[in-house]
Design a protein around this ligand. Structure first.
Ligand code: ASP
Ligand code: MG
Length: 466
């Protein structure tokens, strides 16, 4: 029988009204998919609040976490009271929420006494949001007559002890998940599983990293050999661009794995590639859908298929600086690039785009604006001698630039795309400062002045939707 895993994000379970919509979606899916697993995030804002409690406690504040605890209790109780009118049904979820709020307070108290929050403590604390939200969803579904059972994924997802970004063990996760969930699924019960969290083989709680619930959905899909995984969020799938820049932006019906990876890398708000790789590799159909607009089909993510639209989406990373290391003395000298990026790495900065002219007289790359002074200093230190001897003329920072990236797997089979992009930008009087093409030939990135950012996006978007 076919199996479906549906993951709901924080806004989809963020209050009573959203939980009702989510429950409607679950009930209607269950009629088509008797084997249905739900993975849920914490209510929106809860993970942030839990972590804030931990951090303020570590910094010596013994009061903030107490007031956060009150807010968390109120938020969950308010939703429960709104969802469940029958006091008998309220009892269990209320007492579980109460117990977890108490656990939050005692963990924060311990952190406060120690004056330090270890990664392990942070995971214990931040895991509590999902452990509370599943209680609300399951209790409400049961009250509507659908049999649902809250399950903590500490029982399912086995990870290493790399707290805050734990790595799952696929074989153990498969074994535990099948053993625990198959009996429920066979009897038509819908497991409501915590996203985000797992446990070490010794049973200590871990988390998969911020935003990790998508990953949980994917892991369970693979562990159960599911036919489909649906990620429910608060947008209509993946769009051709940010609709705030281009109101005519459209939802993409289909994207390949590589395209969505490029988009995620270049700042579009989509799934993390790590999340979806296992699902795609196992040939499981993956959809991104909107809880608040469920009649829309959303976006389907498919294996790389070598065809499809030429330019599919355009995205922008703002707040960048372009750094250039320049000098005639660099020609043919090995190691300049390695030293340049070594210095950048030492400044704890990640580079988003690199280009080098084949004359080898300059290396050019972008870093976030905030890191510019540190990186420039690091480069000047690294190349002190070359600068004195004028083998390197200068380390130049050009501030207030953005990276505009056009993504589309079809580009690799279509000549002239870069030309069309340049023509479109030229027609609008936009100067391209530098260009880089992804080696997969699946994206072209341009550096333009920040003042041209929106116009550049609009000009390239017209090449998609015209
Ligand atoms: N609740 C977790 C977070 O806020 C995980 C998730 O929502 O995906 O990061
Ligand atoms: Mg998310």
């Amino acid at each position: 029988m076919k199996t479906l895993v549906m993951k709901f994000g924080g806004t989809s379970v963020g209050n009573a009204e959203a939980i009702r919509k989510t429950a409607d979606i679950i009930r209607s899916a269950h009629t088509d998919w008797p084997r249905l697993v739900v993975v849920a995030s914490a209510m929106s804002g809860v993970t942030d609040a839990l972590l804030k409690g931990a951090h303020t406690a570590a910094e010596g504040d013994a009061a903030a976490f107490r007031s956060i605890a009150r807010d968390l209790r109120n938020k969950h109780f308010a939703a429960l009271d709104n969802l469940l009118k029958d006091s008998a049904l309220l009892q269990k979820p209320r007492s579980v929420v109460e117990a977890y709020v108490a656990e939050f307070e005692s963990l924060c108290h311990a952190v406060n006494v120690l004056g330090e929050a270890s990664a392990r403590a942070l995971d214990a604390i931040s895991s509590l949001g999902e452990r509370m939200s599943i209680q609300l969803i399951a209790a409400y579904l049961n009250s509507t007559g659908l049999k649902a059972e809250p399950i903590e994924s500490t029982e399912l997802v086995v990870t290493d002890a790399n707290y805050q970004s734990a790595n799952p063990n696929a074989d153990l996760t498969r074994a535990h998940t099948q053993a625990r969930l198959n009996p429920l699924l066979d009897s038509g019960v819908v497991p409501i599983v915590t996203g985000f969290i797992g446990a070490t083989p010794q049973g200590i709680v871990t988390t998969l990293g911020r935003g990790g619930s998508d990953y949980s959905g994917a892991l369970l899909g693979v562990a159960l050999d599911a036919d489909e995984v649906w990620i429910w969020t608060d947008v209509d799938g993946v769009m051709t661009t940010d609709p705030r820049i281009v109101p005519a932006a459209q939802t993409l019906p289909e994207l390949t794995f590589r395209e969505i990876s490029e988009l995620a890398y270049y700042g579009a708000k989509v799934l993390h590639p790590k999340t979806i790789r296992p699902v795609i590799e196992h040939g499981i159909a993956l959809w991104i859908k909107n809880t608040f607009n469920p009649s829309q089909p959303g976006t389907r993510i498919v294996r790389d298929n070598g065809h499809g639209g030429v330019i599919k989406a355009v995205t922008v990373i703002r707040g960048q600086s372009m750094l250039t290391v320049e000098g005639r003395g660099m020609l043919g000298v090995p190691g300049v690039a390695a030293r340049t990026f070594g210095a950048v790495a030492h400044a704890h900065t990640s580079v988003s785009l690199i280009t080098q002219a084949s004359s080898e007289q300059s290396i050019c790359f972008t870093v976030p604006a905030a890191s510019t002074p540190t990186v420039v200093t690091a480069l000047q230190d690294e190349f002190r001698r070359e600068l004195e001897q004028q083998n390197i003329d200068a380390v130049i920072a050009l501030e207030n630039v953005v990276i505009v990236t056009a993504v589309g797997a079809g580009m690799r089979h279509t000549p002239g795309i870069a030309g069309r992009i340049f023509t479109a930008l030229g027609t609008h009087g936009i100067n391209v400062i530098a260009i880089a093409q992804g080696s997969s030939e699946c994206s072209i990135s341009l550096i333009v002045d920040a003042k041209d950012a929106d116009e550049a996006v609009r000009a390239i978007h017209r090449l998609i939707v015209s």
